[in-house]
Every structure is written in C-alpha cells, then in structure tokens.
Design a protein. Structure first.
Length: 109
C-alpha cells in the first residue's frame, strides 16, 4: 500500500505514529511483497505482507489503517473488522450510498 508519489499514508499515519510513544506501525501490506518490502525499509516497518488478507489475519495486529483507493475502503474495512481488528479508514468510508461501516464491539451482542 501507499507507494505512489503523493500517497497519504506517511503523512496520514506513519510519521505521526513515530512521535507517539505508545504506538508502532508494526506491519505493511501491498499487492506485491517486494513493493511492501521497499516501503517497509523506507519507513522502518518490521513486518511485510504480500497481501492485505495476510495482514488483517495477523493476530499480533491490533488496528489497521486503510489508505487504499476509494473503491476498496468499504471492502477492506469490513474484512478487517470481521478479522477482529480496529479500523482507521481513509475518506470516503464507502463509495456507494447504501454502504455503511458498522462499528462493532465483539464483546457487545
Ligand atoms: N493523497 C492525498 O493527499 C490524500 C488521500 N486521501 C485518501 O486516501 C486514500 C489513498 O490515497 P493515496 O495514498 O493518494 O492513494 P494511492 O493512489 O497512493 O493508492 C494507495 C495504494 O493503494 C493500493 N492499491 C490497491 N489496489 C489498487 C488499485 N487497483 N489501483 C491503485 N492502487 C491500488 C496501492 O498499493 P499496493 O499496490 O502496493 O498494494 C497504492 O499504493 C484515498 O481514498 C484518498 O481519497 C485523503 C486525503 C489526502
Ligand atoms: O483525497 C485527497 O487527495 C488530494 C488532496 O489534495 C485532497 O485534499 C484530498 O481530498
């Protein structure tokens, strides 16, 4: 993720997190593992995945940031929630009028 010249992820999350003592950007995923690796090296991120599904399935991950193109926000936010992650998603949360991301707490029925 976030490999293009004007990508928002560094300014939107990765650099701000570096100034927060209780947070760490632990992993990054891209559709291509080599691209994810180059991004991880540049930003000092320890773990690399070659698919978004692998990242959201990592039990060590507490929350994910979704800076994908608009049409992928809803799909991957919902998949990440279903996998048990907290989710921070770039705007717009969805690109169809009916879609809404349902915040949910697994401890609340
Ligand atoms: N850029 C900005 O200044 C701002 C952007 N935003 C929002 O943030 C989101 C991301 O923006 P931005 O960082 O500019 O986006 P990018 O165009 O840089 O895309 C982010 C990443 O999405 C991944 N991706 C997955 N599927 C596709 C696909 N089909 N085509 C292209 N890329 C794909 C790519 O990573 P990979 O292939 O490596 O997995 C890519 O690096 C947008 O929703 C935008 O509205 C909000 C405010 C400002
Ligand atoms: O998504 C965006 O990308 C480019 C920015 O200039 C703009 O403010 C933002 O909405």
């Amino acid at each position: 993720m976030a490999s293009s010249v004007h990508a928002i992820a560094p300014d939107g999350l990765i650099n701000p997190v570096k100034s927060h003592p209780e947070a760490v950007v632990f992993a990054v995923a891209a559709r291509d593992k080599e691209r994810a690796g180059a991004f991880a090296k540049k930003h000092g991120i320890a773990k690399v995945y070659g698919s978004y599904q692998e990242l959201i399935s990592d039990p060590e991950i507490y929350a994910i940031y979704n800076p994908l193109p608009n049409g992928l926000h809803y799909e991957w936010a919902m998949k990440a929630l279903a996998a048990g992650n907290h989710v921070l998603v770039e705007k717009p949360a969805a690109n169809t009028p009916g879609a809404k991301i349902q915040a949910h707490d697994p401890h609340v029925p």
